[in-house]
Design a protein around this ligand. Structure first.
Ligand SMILES: [Zn+2]
Length: 415
């Protein structure tokens, strides 16, 4: 049993608390400190980004009822950042596993593994924490590999100097004992700030916030925006344009690091179905489309603009042609039939009755109509706008449409 242990400071990593413990016992021997903390499990890695069994191994040696393991995992490790896209059930499964002293492999312990990764600090947080608490400490959100700036001080994060070999996972590097560079670098662009702010939101949002089964607001917003791609009734994302815009917005090198050299169809599908579990791509797409974290994870689905518009048009009382509907919807004419089928909306533009055409072939009635020049010019204009090449065909369709709807509205005669 440990004689004493420390309460974590606000947003302090659990590893940082272990480092402070090591510093406090005043012994150089790191293995001794690990044995003090974890007894016969002293060889458990302590410097890991995603929480592991070390939390259970240490807390089981503290008096019962003082340190709450769930609180430590949720508030003093980046667990919630890495688990954000997972379902609630998966999050609970991972929590249960960690709380019982078993690790939980998520396959992206160091998301987008950077070989030169070492614990980070913000020079101004170091100064501020030393003033308030008497010592500096490691902050959780600053250890997430995707983060690069402190959002409180809007300056770049720095890394401690330590060997980059795997041995470090067993070692204590108390921040207060490291040789730190305390000059702040304020060269943080608005976009970089926004990325870091969003990382912070992904970490801080409550446990219950995560993937929304049945809809994906981020995906829907891409389609509602300028990335709609229609192949028949298959609504998808125009990947080439989206990838080009991402590169323009964030820089090609940066985007390739997180998306690869292009945007694969399978990647977009996985994002849409929430089966892509790394948060970085969601964050980048969300920032480019101007969505908030709240909107991305909202249980309320974003409106499907394509469907809403089609319903709205179908309710207007006028003579529509397919060409006009397609132009209004900004989709190719062949797609409007597919969309009506997809959304279960009855076709509302004029469709010539095929049996009438057959009748015409067999037997025709010819009548002459007389228009004033001005009248005919106006008819021509409208016919052309509706996609007709012949005014006579247009007049015939309008009259047929009118007569058909008139007849359909007549009360049924029971005679
Ligand atoms: Zn700071």
């Amino acid at each position: 049993m440990l004689d004493y242990f420390f309460n974590p400071y606000p947003d302090e990593t659990f590893y940082s608390v272990l480092c402070r413990y090591y510093e406090s016992i005043g012994v150089e021997d790191q293995a001794y400190a690990r044995r003090q903390l974890m007894g016969d499990r002293a060889n458990t890695a302590i410097d890991t980004i995603f929480p592991n069994a070390s939390i259970y191994n240490v807390l089981r040696n503290t008096p019962a009822g003082i340190f709450d393991i769930r609180n430590i995992i949720l508030n003093h490790t980046p667990f919630l950042y890495f688990m954000r896209i997972y379902s609630y059930e998966k999050k609970m499964e991972a929590l249960a596993s960690l709380e019982s002293g078993t690790g939980y492999p998520i396959g992206c312990e160091v998301s987008n593994t950077k070989s030169n990764y070492a614990p980070r600090y913000c020079p101004l947080c170091v100064r501020e924490d030393t003033e308030i608490f008497g010592e500096p400490y490691y902050h959780v959100e600053q250890q997430i590999p995707f983060s690069s700036a402190c959002i409180r001080h809007r300056c770049k994060l720095k890394q401690i100097n330590r060997p980059l070999s795997g041995i470090h996972k067993l070692k204590f590097y108390p921040l207060g004992k490291m040789d730190l560079d305390l000059n702040a670098d304020y060269n943080v662009s608005d976009t970089e700030y926004l990325i870091n702010k969003t990382i912070w939101e992904y970490w801080k949002a409550p446990l219950s916030i995560g993937q929304t089964p049945g809809h994906n607001n981020l995906y829907q917003s891409l389609i509602n925006g300028k990335y709609l791609e229609l192949k028949g009734s298959i609504v998808g994302v125009e990947r080439t344009a989206l990838f080009a815009d991402l590169c323009d917005f964030f820089g090609r090198e940066f985007i390739e690091e997180y998306f690869g050299h292009n945007l694969l169809k399978s990647s977009v599908e996985r994002l849409k179905n929430w089966t892509h579990i790394r948060p970085e791509r969601y964050i980048l797409l969300q920032i480019m489309t101007g969505m908030s974290t709240k909107e991305v994870f909202s249980p309320e689905p974003v409106r499907d603009i394509l469907k809403d518009r089609l319903i709205e048009l179908s309710k207007t009382d006028r003579f529509w042609t397919r060409k006009e509907v397609a132009a209004e919807m900004k989709v190719p004419p062949y797609s409007v039939d597919c969309l009506c089928r997809k959304y279960n909306i009855p076709v509302f533009w004029y469709q010539r009755n095929p049996s009438v055409r057959e009748d015409q072939k067999r037997k025709s009635v010819v009548r002459r109509l007389t228009f004033s020049e001005d009248q005919f010019r106006r008819v021509s204009e409208v016919a052309l706008a509706k996609g007709y090449r012949q005014e006579t065909r247009f007049i015939q369709d309008v009259v047929d449409h009118y007569v058909t709807s008139e007849l359909s509205m007549r009360p049924i005669s029971h005679k």
